[in-house]
Design a protein around this ligand. Structure first.
Ligand code: ZN
Length: 310
Protein backbone atom coordinates (compact mmCIF):
# COMPACT_ATOMS: atom_id res chain seq x y z
CA UNK A 1 0.00 0.00 0.00
CA UNK A 2 1.27 3.42 -0.79
CA UNK A 3 2.10 5.91 1.91
CA UNK A 4 -0.41 8.47 0.72
CA UNK A 5 -3.32 6.09 0.62
CA UNK A 6 -2.40 4.60 3.94
CA UNK A 7 -3.26 7.64 6.02
CA UNK A 8 -6.96 7.09 5.42
CA UNK A 9 -6.96 3.49 6.53
CA UNK A 10 -4.40 3.72 9.23
CA UNK A 11 -6.47 3.62 12.38
CA UNK A 12 -8.39 0.45 11.66
CA UNK A 13 -5.23 -1.32 10.50
CA UNK A 14 -3.26 -0.15 13.49
CA UNK A 15 -5.55 -2.01 15.91
CA UNK A 16 -5.04 -5.24 13.98
CA UNK A 17 -1.26 -4.90 13.76
CA UNK A 18 -0.70 -4.08 17.44
CA UNK A 19 -2.60 -7.20 18.46
CA UNK A 20 -0.32 -9.24 16.23
CA UNK A 21 2.98 -7.88 17.56
CA UNK A 22 2.28 -8.33 21.24
CA UNK A 23 1.81 -12.07 20.86
CA UNK A 24 4.53 -12.76 18.27
CA UNK A 25 7.57 -10.76 19.36
CA UNK A 26 9.64 -10.47 22.50
CA UNK A 27 11.32 -7.31 21.15
CA UNK A 28 8.25 -5.14 20.82
CA UNK A 29 9.98 -2.26 19.09
CA UNK A 30 8.71 -1.10 15.73
CA UNK A 31 10.09 -3.41 12.99
CA UNK A 32 11.34 -1.58 9.92
CA UNK A 33 12.92 -3.01 6.76
CA UNK A 34 15.05 -0.77 4.50
CA UNK A 35 16.55 -1.57 1.11
CA UNK A 36 19.97 0.16 0.86
CA UNK A 37 22.47 1.46 3.44
CA UNK A 38 21.97 5.20 2.77
CA UNK A 39 18.20 4.80 3.31
CA UNK A 40 18.88 2.65 6.40
CA UNK A 41 21.05 5.47 7.73
CA UNK A 42 18.42 8.19 7.18
CA UNK A 43 15.81 5.98 8.87
CA UNK A 44 18.18 5.38 11.84
CA UNK A 45 18.59 9.15 12.24
CA UNK A 46 14.84 9.49 12.72
CA UNK A 47 13.94 6.41 14.77
CA UNK A 48 17.12 5.99 16.84
CA UNK A 49 16.86 2.98 19.14
CA UNK A 50 13.07 3.03 19.19
CA UNK A 51 12.88 0.65 16.26
CA UNK A 52 14.63 -2.47 14.98
CA UNK A 53 15.82 -1.71 11.45
CA UNK A 54 16.76 -4.42 8.97
CA UNK A 55 18.93 -3.64 5.96
CA UNK A 56 18.48 -5.79 2.85
CA UNK A 57 21.44 -4.86 0.61
CA UNK A 58 24.80 -4.66 2.42
CA UNK A 59 26.76 -1.58 1.29
CA UNK A 60 29.59 -3.73 -0.09
CA UNK A 61 27.26 -5.08 -2.77
CA UNK A 62 25.68 -3.53 -5.82
CA UNK A 63 21.91 -3.23 -5.37
CA UNK A 64 21.47 -3.80 -9.12
CA UNK A 65 22.34 -7.48 -9.18
CA UNK A 66 21.15 -8.27 -5.69
CA UNK A 67 18.89 -11.17 -4.80
CA UNK A 68 17.17 -11.56 -1.47
CA UNK A 69 17.95 -14.39 0.92
CA UNK A 70 15.08 -16.37 2.45
CA UNK A 71 15.77 -14.75 5.85
CA UNK A 72 15.37 -11.33 4.24
CA UNK A 73 12.10 -12.34 2.64
CA UNK A 74 10.95 -13.35 6.14
CA UNK A 75 12.12 -10.00 7.53
CA UNK A 76 10.03 -8.20 4.92
CA UNK A 77 6.97 -10.28 5.73
CA UNK A 78 7.42 -9.54 9.46
CA UNK A 79 7.92 -5.81 9.00
CA UNK A 80 5.45 -3.19 10.17
CA UNK A 81 7.08 -0.52 8.06
CA UNK A 82 9.09 -0.87 4.83
CA UNK A 83 11.07 2.18 3.75
CA UNK A 84 12.92 1.89 0.48
CA UNK A 85 14.34 4.05 -2.24
CA UNK A 86 11.93 2.47 -4.71
CA UNK A 87 10.61 -1.01 -5.30
CA UNK A 88 12.35 -1.43 -8.64
CA UNK A 89 15.83 -0.22 -7.65
CA UNK A 90 16.71 -3.56 -6.08
CA UNK A 91 15.46 -6.27 -8.46
CA UNK A 92 12.89 -8.65 -7.02
CA UNK A 93 11.98 -6.45 -4.08
CA UNK A 94 8.58 -5.39 -5.40
CA UNK A 95 7.41 -9.00 -5.57
CA UNK A 96 7.74 -9.25 -1.79
CA UNK A 97 6.47 -5.79 -0.87
CA UNK A 98 3.43 -6.24 -3.12
CA UNK A 99 2.61 -9.40 -1.19
CA UNK A 100 2.50 -7.59 2.15
CA UNK A 101 -0.75 -7.14 4.02
CA UNK A 102 -2.51 -3.83 3.81
CA UNK A 103 -1.65 -3.07 7.42
CA UNK A 104 2.04 -2.66 6.54
CA UNK A 105 3.20 0.85 5.69
CA UNK A 106 5.31 0.80 2.53
CA UNK A 107 7.15 4.01 1.66
CA UNK A 108 9.00 4.57 -1.60
CA UNK A 109 11.16 7.62 -1.03
CA UNK A 110 11.84 8.31 -4.70
CA UNK A 111 8.09 8.38 -5.31
CA UNK A 112 7.14 10.70 -2.53
CA UNK A 113 9.85 13.32 -2.87
CA UNK A 114 11.54 12.99 -6.19
CA UNK A 115 9.18 12.38 -9.06
CA UNK A 116 9.45 15.97 -10.21
CA UNK A 117 13.21 16.37 -10.04
CA UNK A 118 13.73 12.99 -11.66
CA UNK A 119 11.75 13.98 -14.71
CA UNK A 120 13.68 17.23 -15.04
CA UNK A 121 17.00 15.46 -14.81
CA UNK A 122 15.87 12.95 -17.40
CA UNK A 123 14.84 15.60 -19.86
CA UNK A 124 17.99 17.68 -19.43
CA UNK A 125 20.13 14.61 -19.80
CA UNK A 126 18.49 13.40 -22.98
CA UNK A 127 18.69 16.88 -24.52
CA UNK A 128 22.34 17.02 -23.56
CA UNK A 129 23.04 13.59 -25.04
CA UNK A 130 21.26 14.48 -28.27
CA UNK A 131 23.15 17.73 -28.62
CA UNK A 132 26.57 16.36 -27.70
CA UNK A 133 26.71 13.21 -29.77
CA UNK A 134 25.06 12.08 -32.88
CA UNK A 135 24.60 8.73 -31.28
CA UNK A 136 20.96 7.80 -31.07
CA UNK A 137 21.40 4.06 -31.11
CA UNK A 138 21.32 3.86 -27.33
CA UNK A 139 20.32 5.62 -24.17
CA UNK A 140 17.68 7.99 -25.51
CA UNK A 141 16.83 8.79 -21.96
CA UNK A 142 18.17 7.87 -18.61
CA UNK A 143 16.54 6.58 -15.50
CA UNK A 144 18.99 7.53 -12.80
CA UNK A 145 17.34 6.56 -9.53
CA UNK A 146 20.36 7.27 -7.32
CA UNK A 147 18.43 10.12 -5.78
CA UNK A 148 20.07 9.88 -2.33
CA UNK A 149 23.23 11.36 -3.82
CA UNK A 150 21.75 14.87 -3.56
CA UNK A 151 21.46 15.71 0.14
CA UNK A 152 18.48 18.00 -0.59
CA UNK A 153 16.49 14.87 -1.36
CA UNK A 154 17.56 13.26 1.91
CA UNK A 155 16.37 16.35 3.79
CA UNK A 156 12.94 16.08 2.16
CA UNK A 157 12.79 12.37 2.95
CA UNK A 158 13.38 12.93 6.66
CA UNK A 159 9.85 14.38 6.93
CA UNK A 160 8.43 11.42 5.01
CA UNK A 161 10.27 8.96 7.27
CA UNK A 162 9.14 10.82 10.39
CA UNK A 163 5.47 10.73 9.34
CA UNK A 164 5.64 7.04 8.45
CA UNK A 165 7.36 6.17 11.74
CA UNK A 166 4.76 8.08 13.76
CA UNK A 167 1.98 6.41 11.81
CA UNK A 168 3.37 3.00 12.66
CA UNK A 169 4.40 3.85 16.25
CA UNK A 170 2.55 6.84 17.66
CA UNK A 171 3.92 6.28 21.17
CA UNK A 172 7.38 7.47 20.14
CA UNK A 173 6.08 10.53 18.30
CA UNK A 174 7.96 13.10 20.40
CA UNK A 175 11.30 11.36 20.00
CA UNK A 176 10.80 10.89 16.27
CA UNK A 177 10.01 14.58 15.91
CA UNK A 178 13.07 15.63 17.91
CA UNK A 179 15.36 13.27 16.02
CA UNK A 180 13.93 14.42 12.72
CA UNK A 181 14.54 18.11 13.49
CA UNK A 182 18.16 17.35 14.41
CA UNK A 183 18.63 15.18 11.29
CA UNK A 184 17.37 17.98 9.02
CA UNK A 185 19.71 20.51 10.64
CA UNK A 186 22.69 18.15 10.32
CA UNK A 187 21.85 17.31 6.70
CA UNK A 188 21.41 20.97 5.79
CA UNK A 189 24.90 21.68 7.14
CA UNK A 190 26.22 18.66 5.21
CA UNK A 191 24.62 19.88 1.98
CA UNK A 192 26.16 23.35 2.36
CA UNK A 193 29.54 21.91 3.21
CA UNK A 194 29.59 19.80 0.04
CA UNK A 195 28.33 22.72 -2.08
CA UNK A 196 31.20 24.84 -0.79
CA UNK A 197 33.75 22.08 -1.27
CA UNK A 198 32.74 21.46 -4.89
CA UNK A 199 32.19 25.06 -5.95
CA UNK A 200 34.18 26.14 -9.04
CA UNK A 201 34.44 22.64 -10.54
CA UNK A 202 31.47 23.06 -12.93
CA UNK A 203 33.64 23.19 -16.04
CA UNK A 204 35.44 19.91 -15.32
CA UNK A 205 34.31 17.00 -17.48
CA UNK A 206 34.49 13.52 -15.98
CA UNK A 207 33.52 9.93 -16.66
CA UNK A 208 31.83 7.63 -14.19
CA UNK A 209 31.41 3.87 -14.17
CA UNK A 210 27.63 3.89 -14.29
CA UNK A 211 24.82 6.39 -14.72
CA UNK A 212 24.33 7.12 -11.03
CA UNK A 213 25.59 10.65 -10.48
CA UNK A 214 23.12 12.95 -12.17
CA UNK A 215 21.47 13.86 -8.88
CA UNK A 216 24.86 14.47 -7.30
CA UNK A 217 25.87 16.64 -10.25
CA UNK A 218 22.60 18.61 -10.02
CA UNK A 219 22.93 19.11 -6.26
CA UNK A 220 26.55 20.25 -6.39
CA UNK A 221 26.65 22.14 -9.69
CA UNK A 222 29.01 19.75 -11.47
CA UNK A 223 29.04 19.00 -15.19
CA UNK A 224 26.66 16.28 -16.40
CA UNK A 225 28.48 12.99 -15.84
CA UNK A 226 29.56 10.94 -18.86
CA UNK A 227 28.44 7.49 -17.81
CA UNK A 228 29.95 4.29 -19.19
CA UNK A 229 27.41 1.71 -17.97
CA UNK A 230 23.65 2.29 -17.74
CA UNK A 231 21.81 3.40 -14.61
CA UNK A 232 21.15 -0.21 -13.61
CA UNK A 233 24.85 -0.97 -14.24
CA UNK A 234 24.23 -2.97 -17.43
CA UNK A 235 27.25 -2.91 -19.74
CA UNK A 236 27.22 -0.43 -22.64
CA UNK A 237 27.15 -1.37 -26.31
CA UNK A 238 30.35 -1.37 -28.38
CA UNK A 239 29.11 1.74 -30.19
CA UNK A 240 28.63 3.55 -26.91
CA UNK A 241 32.10 2.58 -25.68
CA UNK A 242 33.53 4.01 -28.88
CA UNK A 243 31.61 7.28 -28.43
CA UNK A 244 32.75 7.50 -24.82
CA UNK A 245 36.40 6.92 -25.71
CA UNK A 246 36.28 10.02 -27.90
CA UNK A 247 35.39 12.13 -24.87
CA UNK A 248 38.22 10.96 -22.61
CA UNK A 249 40.82 13.44 -23.84
CA UNK A 250 38.64 16.43 -22.87
CA UNK A 251 37.89 15.03 -19.41
CA UNK A 252 39.73 15.66 -16.12
CA UNK A 253 39.00 12.37 -14.42
CA UNK A 254 37.58 8.88 -14.84
CA UNK A 255 36.00 7.21 -11.81
CA UNK A 256 35.81 3.51 -11.03
CA UNK A 257 33.36 2.25 -8.46
CA UNK A 258 33.76 0.28 -5.28
CA UNK A 259 30.90 -2.13 -6.07
CA UNK A 260 31.96 -2.88 -9.64
CA UNK A 261 34.83 -4.41 -11.56
CA UNK A 262 37.41 -1.97 -12.99
CA UNK A 263 37.96 -3.77 -16.30
CA UNK A 264 35.84 -1.56 -18.52
CA UNK A 265 37.18 1.63 -16.90
CA UNK A 266 40.75 0.34 -17.38
CA UNK A 267 40.01 -0.33 -21.02
CA UNK A 268 38.57 3.14 -21.64
CA UNK A 269 41.40 4.87 -19.77
CA UNK A 270 44.19 2.81 -21.31
CA UNK A 271 46.72 4.82 -23.29
CA UNK A 272 45.16 8.11 -22.16
CA UNK A 273 46.60 10.53 -19.66
CA UNK A 274 43.60 10.98 -17.42
CA UNK A 275 43.38 11.03 -13.62
CA UNK A 276 41.73 8.04 -11.99
CA UNK A 277 39.33 8.26 -9.07
CA UNK A 278 37.14 5.89 -7.07
CA UNK A 279 33.53 6.43 -6.05
CA UNK A 280 31.63 4.52 -3.38
CA UNK A 281 27.98 5.63 -3.58
CA UNK A 282 26.84 2.93 -1.13
CA UNK A 283 29.42 3.82 1.54
CA UNK A 284 30.86 0.30 1.70
CA UNK A 285 33.72 1.25 4.03
CA UNK A 286 31.49 2.71 6.72
CA UNK A 287 29.53 1.06 9.49
CA UNK A 288 25.80 1.17 8.86
CA UNK A 289 23.79 3.44 11.15
CA UNK A 290 23.01 7.13 11.65
CA UNK A 291 26.46 8.41 10.58
CA UNK A 292 26.71 6.23 7.49
CA UNK A 293 24.90 8.60 5.14
CA UNK A 294 27.00 11.66 6.02
CA UNK A 295 30.23 9.64 5.87
CA UNK A 296 29.27 8.32 2.45
CA UNK A 297 28.44 11.75 1.05
CA UNK A 298 31.56 13.40 2.48
CA UNK A 299 33.79 10.69 1.06
CA UNK A 300 32.10 11.05 -2.32
CA UNK A 301 32.64 14.82 -2.23
CA UNK A 302 36.32 14.27 -1.36
CA UNK A 303 36.71 11.87 -4.27
CA UNK A 304 35.22 14.38 -6.71
CA UNK A 305 37.18 17.28 -5.27
CA UNK A 306 40.52 15.41 -5.41
CA UNK A 307 40.09 14.08 -8.92
CA UNK A 308 38.53 17.19 -10.52
CA UNK A 309 40.89 19.75 -8.96
CA UNK A 310 44.02 20.58 -10.95
ZN1 ZN B 1 23.68 2.16 -9.24
Amino acid sequence: MHFQSLATFFFSCWLASTALISTAQADDRLRIVTDIAPVHSLVSMVVGDDAAIDLLVPPSQSPHGFSLKPSQVRAISNAQLVIMLSDDFTPGLSRHTDALNNDVVVVQLSDTAQAHENRNVEREYSEHQDAEHDDHAHDKHTDDQHTWLNVENAIAWIDVIEKAAIMADAQSQTRYQENSAKAKADLTALHQRIQTQLANLADKKYLVYHDAYQHFATGYALATPIAIALSDARAPSAAKIKAIQKQVSAASCIFSEQQHDDAIVDMIASGQSIKRGMLDPMGSRFDTGPAHYSNTMLELANSFSQCLSD
